[in-house]
Design a protein around this ligand. Structure first.
Ligand SMILES: Nc1ncnc2c1ncn2[C@@H]1O[C@H](COP(=O)(O)OP(=O)(O)O)[C@@H](O)[C@H]1O
Ligand SMILES: [Mg+2]
Length: 151
């Protein structure tokens, strides 16, 4: 489905809406779009909806930032600086893919086959000064998430 995001608040609200329908099991969301498209902004809305207060660091150099929110682990990846997908082997990805974890992954395409398949893919594009989001389910769980999404 497509959603026009008129301003930053709309991007934050989409992140919050996704957070609110994330099931209790492992949930993987890939965020695609060029620099400045709003991937980190959407993540901020997602984290805040789960109770995060304060800043959201872009894990550009660390590749991943870990949060504990609403009693479950959340991992925010930003793979922009990943030069070789093989580097992900050293990150111990299996540790992140726990039963009830949420993984939000910016620049997932740079991780290629080392990353888990997404449940939901969110593509963000520029529309003049605003953005357009295309939200696509990529698994059975993703279908359920998208059905429940009220935006
Ligand atoms: N729907 C929107 N319309 C206009 N500006 C937006 C929208 N969503 C986010 N922004 C702005 O665009 C920039 C996006 O930056 P960021 O979220 O860091 O992008 P990315 O992580 O994709 O590189 C921020 O300055 C943010 O305020
Ligand atoms: Mg970003």
């Amino acid at each position: 489905m497509e959603q026009f995001l008129a301003d930053e608040h709309a991007t934050l609200a989409l992140g919050a809406a996704l957070a609110n329908v994330c099931p209790a099991q492992l949930c993987v969301i890939h965020l695609e779009g060029e620099l400045g498209a709003g991937k980190t902004t959407l993540t901020r809305g997602f984290l805040q909806a789960l109770g995060h207060k304060g800043k959201v660091k872009s894990p550009t150099y660390t590749l991943v930032e870990h949060y504990e929110l609403a009693g479950r682990p959340l991992f925010h990846f930003d793979l922009y600086r990943l030069s070789d997908p093989g580097e992900l082997e050293f990150l111990g990805l299996d540790d992140y893919l726990q039963q009830n974890a949420i993984c939000l992954i910016e620049w997932a395409q740079r991780g290629s086959e080392y990353l888990p398949e997404p449940d939901v893919l969110v593509q963000l594009e520029y529309r003049d000064h605003a953005r357009l989001a295309t939200i696509s389910p990529r698994s059975q769980r993703g279908e359920e998430i998208c059905e429940q999404l009220h935006i």
